[in-house]
Design a protein around this ligand. Structure first.
Ligand code: G
Ligand code: MN
Length: 319
């Protein structure tokens, strides 16, 4: 059950798996090579959870087009043809009564110009080892956005960027991001990287090294989708986290079930006593807003305040 891949590179020695065994590559698919990155053979041998196993290693291989239900989304093509876009969703500060940050959310346009949602392509990009380059492009686009719009002059202090756990486990991530920030001459304090709890248990050592190197420059970190996945309050203690983003499933039931209420209250209480900022995600209506208003929450995000929107719309509305 080996995935079909075609090798189109100039390697002289056979590729090997983690045990050093050469692995088979079947002809007829496309594989691209880029300096610095290799996807692990696990992906190709169809391991049950390729998302976890598609580690990024030292050498240099990446896969090219991606197919979803037989349709070619071709992230590589999208990347090359500049069909990757970043949308921005405003984040409201309760204390300051204004929008003080935004979350960057990646979109891809298909050949017809229709938007493809990340739910459809992120997982595939991860499994195919494309996420590193996609993530780098997103990071570039955000840096460009920050620089061109002088965001801080408009009170938008930082932009949050989601990291895939594969990016977190990529040894060169920090070096590459630092280089890009220099290139665009942006202040690292205007960047907050969102990691998920799953990332914090997977390849923890590399993640912590990346975090340390980036934090030395001034980049900060947020824990995304908090309360789902492998929740452990220990993550907050072990990780140098600035912001906790409470998953939107909690605000969805706030005021309806006691657990959600208690959870949001507890996280807010804990966070405020250790100097971590809390952001509640997914605020969609006034009644939810009323419910969370008296909890010690600093930041609010959701459709009630603004949907993720194209750069032009974000500029018109907030800049
Ligand atoms: O995992 P993460 O929290 O980064 O997910 C962000 C996603 O949540 C985006 O795709 C965004 O469109 C979506 N989103 C943002 N605000 C809301 C909201 O108020 N309600 C719902 N249902 N989704 C939201
Ligand atoms: Mn996020």
């Amino acid at each position: 059950d080996i995935e079909t891949v075609v090798l189109d590179h100039g390697f002289s020695s056979p590729l090997t798996d983690h045990t050093g065994e050469p692995f088979r590559l079947i002809e007829q698919a496309v594989m691209e090579t880029f300096p610095g990155v290799k996807t692990s053979p696990y992906v190709m041998t169809g391991a049950s959870d390729s998302r976890f196993l598609s580690r990024v290693c030292d050498n240099c291989i990446r896969f090219a087009p991606i197919y979803i239900n037989g349709q070619q989304y071709g992230s590589i093509h999208a990347l090359n043809e500049k069909r990757v876009e970043v949308f921005y969703q405003p984040i409201f500060s309760v204390k300051e009564k204004k929008f003080t940050s935004a979350e960057a959310l990646v979109r891809i346009r298909d050949e017809k110009g229709e938007l493809v949602s990340p739910a459809e392509f992120i997982e595939v990009a991860e499994a195919k080892g494309l996420i590193i380059r996609l993530g780098e492009e997103v990071f570039r686009l955000v840096c460009k956005f920050i620089k061109e719009n002088k965001l801080t002059e408009y009170g938008i202090e930082y932009v949050e960027i989601n990291l895939s756990m594969i990016q977190c486990a990529y040894e060169n991530l920090a070096t590459e991001f630092i280089q890009i920030m220099k290139e665009y001459e942006i202040d690292p304090k205007t960047i907050v990287l969102e990691i998920t709890e799953s990332a914090s248990i997977y390849e923890k050592k590399v993640l912590l090294q990346n975090m340390k190197a980036l934090m030395n420059e001034g980049v900060r970190f947020a824990l995304d989708d908090f309360g789902t996945g492998y929740s452990s309050l220990n993550h907050i203690r072990e990780m140098p986290i600035d912001v906790i983003k409470i998953d939107r499933c909690f605000v969805e039931h706030v005021g309806e079930d006691d657990f959600s209420d208690a959870f949001v209250r507890m996280v807010a209480e804990l966070a405020s006593s250790i100097g971590v900022t809390v952001c509640v995600e997914g605020v969609e209506n006034k009644s939810q807003l009323e419910m969370i208003r008296e909890m010690k929450i600093r930041l609010l995000q959701g459709y009630l305040f603004g949907r993720p929107m194209k750069i032009e719309d974000f500029e018109k509305k907030y800049l």
